[in-house]
Design a protein around this ligand. Sequence first.
Ligand code: FAD
Length: 333
Amino acid sequence: MFRAAVTRRLQQSALLLRFQSTLVIAEHANDTLAPITLNTITAAKRLGGEVSCLIAGTKCDKVAQDLCKVAGVAKVLVAEHDAYKGLLPEELTPLILATQKQFNYTHICAGASAFGKNLLPRVAAKLDVAPISDIIAVKSPDTFVRTIYAGNALCTVKCDEKVKVFSVRGTSFEAAATSGGSAGSEKASPPAPVGISEWLDQKLTKSDRPELTGAKVVVSGGRGLKSGENFKLLYDLADQLHAAVGASRAAVDAGFVPNDMQVGQTGKIVAPELYIAVGISGAIQHLAGMKDSKTIVAINKDPEAPIFQVADYGIVADLFKVVPEMTELLKKK
Ligand code: FAD
């Protein structure tokens, strides 16, 4: 009798998994896929059901072809229209709702980047469900894990909504393989443009350095740098290490660097192979954005600075002496 009950329970869960279907909203720049989409696909695969991706844009053939090859993606839906320029939530939301109406997904998700954070609350509101932001693990199709208190506590969330809408922390899921898949692509039918907002232009910071959230090495500076000009020390070091440059909120608030460089609870979440924190005290809100880095090096003149509690290597020294020395040594290599 016990065996029969267990078999029945297993059959029920297998049936439940078969009925899961997830829509991943792809973040892209027409010809390149944002890496966080691959992490989001991995999270979607953990739910157990079929994974489809929706690409909205103007000329997204290349991204559609790339997505079809991603392992574990069953279907790629492509919606092309001038209204999707700039991926505005006002225009993407009706498209997602129409796609949802057609295919009845149990889950809708995107990366927890500015794109996903901008879009998903609107989608969830229109579906009249509560969204879950920034998940770091999937326990079952209706149970997710996220962090609270600046990353210092884990919170398991059970979601009973008819459609589960959630954003995915990229650094918590490995990227799905970009080969091995053979998804079919089909055209989605875009609803009429809403026309309440229009994408005009974007001015992107041009940099030869890698993008902060995807970089293998990150050098970050804090209030200890004392000025924006002094960040040159970090740029020189970063160039030797092919690193991205980040900053603490204090450095951003003081106007040393722009806010797209901020790492932390209210900035970007990074988990590089190597994180070098320079003149950063190590407040919990900063740690929330970088403590999953594989190796952490801290340079701080205060031996009591909390950053040393999470650092694998600590240098108690004046950054204005140590950083140029490091750069010179790397140049000689
Ligand atoms: P400080 O705490 O002032 O530290 C500067 C450090 O530099 C000190 O440890 C000092 O010893 C060292 N130093 C000074 N001179 C030198 C020198 N010559 N050589 C070596 N070391 C030197 N912070 C973030 O970073 N990211 C966030 O996303 C974020 N979000 C927040 C959200 C909320 C709701 C709140 C309340 C706060 C948030 N903060 C965030 C702010 C956070 O609490 C800290 O105030 C901030 O991280 C401090 O930045 P800091 O380490 O650069 O500055």
